[in-house]
Ligand binder design. Structure first.
Ligand code: 13P
Length: 336
């Protein structure tokens, strides 16, 4: 796979007015999401729910691709069409989560490092055969007393860069995700500082591992105050702080940046993205790769009546895709 092909895929992931739907919850995470709405965490329910999302009529108008979980990439629609094939036939790019989740960072109580590098080359080769064209790895940075440590930032940046280099070797576009968590009572300035340090460490590590930025997508968290911070920020402040932080730390050659929603409300996630794009032009397309902010309303509806609410839930998925697609252009009309 040439860098030109990787760059083409990366550009298609952030095509104007389009973004990514993240449906790559691991079996443990989807168990939590299902439990919250009273759905049994069975293989059949996970398959049906992912089918609902991926077969939303006209989804490709606003969605360029989806991040799947290992199990989902091996599943099919009820008619027996593998999800990856179903997506590709409709112009949506299949992606795959390849990290093996976060684990305690030894020697640094309360901090996490993402694992999954062992055997990754072989897993990536298999995912590519199954139709995946990009891959995601999520690192988690926690803000707290004396946290994050430099060691935590370095360890996670190093793993992200090793993963990204392997992805490009195997012909997959790496989506590198260093998520600075919203948990805590820290203010927006603290989030800014931590995000800046994290991004600088990440791009240093990518450079050191010979990762080609033209074929890489950044999945970033927005610069926001902690969930428990008494002083919450206005939409404009979040947009301005996030833009400033990205412009200072992210090379302009990157083909695109997508955001995670990270526990923001649906409306906030859309409003923040829209506000940033209204402040453009920027060096890169800014779009979305939302999980919860794309899914939570639809999941609630489906859980109430799996058969009866199928279509209504899909209409809600489409509405979220449309709102976020417009926000990616700075043209959101206020309908969440
Ligand atoms: P949220 O948008 O729910 O944060 O999920 C996006 C994601 O893929 C996190 O890794």
């Amino acid at each position: 796979m040439s860098i030109d092909q990787l760059a083409e895929t990366a550009r298609a992931m952030v095509a104007p007015g389009k973004g990514i739907i993240a449906i790559d919850e691991s079996s443990g995470t989807i168990a939590k999401r299902f439990a919250a709405v009273g759905v049994e965490n069975s293989e059949a329910n996970r398959r049906a729910y992912r089918e609902l999302l991926l077969t939303t009529p006209n989804l490709a108008q606003h969605i360029s691709g989806a991040i799947l979980y290992d199990e989902t990439l091996r599943q099919s629609t009820r008619d027996g069409v593998p999800f990856a094939k179903y997506m590709a036939e409709r112009g949506m790019i299949p992606g795959i989560k390849v990290d093996k989740g976060t684990h305690a960072l030894a020697g640094f109580p309360g901090e996490l490092v993402t694992e999954g590098l062992d055997g990754l080359r072989e897993r990536l080769a298999e995912y590519a055969r199954l139709g995946a064209r990009f891959a995601k790895w999520r690192a988690v940075i926690t803000i707290g007393e004396d946290m994050p440590s430099g060691t935590c930032i370095e360890a996670n940046a190093h793993a992200l860069a090793r993963y990204a280099a392997l992805c490009q070797e195997q012909g997959l576009v790496p989506m590198v995700e260093p998520e600075v968590l919203m948990d805590g009572d820290h203010d927006i300035e603290t989030c800014y500082e931590v995000t800046e340090v994290t991004l600088r460490a990440l791009f240093d590590a990518l450079y050191n591992q010979n990762v080609m930025l033209e074929g890489t997508i950044l999945k970033a968290s927005m610069v926001v105050p902690g969930k428990d911070c008494p002083e919450q920020a206005e939409v404009e402040e979040v947009a301005e702080s996030t833009l400033m932080c990205l412009k200072t730390a992210v090379p302009a050659i990157l083909p695109g940046i997508v955001f995670l929603s990270g526990g923001q409300s649906d409306e906030d996630a859309t409003a923040h993205l829209d506000a940033m794009n209204r402040m453009g032009p920027h060096p890169w397309p800014l779009s979305f790769s939302y999980g919860r902010a794309m899914q939570q309303a639809a999941l609630k509806l489906w859980a109430q009546d799996m058969q009866g609410n199928w279509q209504r839930a899909q209409q809600v998925v489409f509405a979220r895709a449309r709102a976020n697609g417009l926000a990616a252009l700075g043209q959101w009309d206020g309908n969440a």
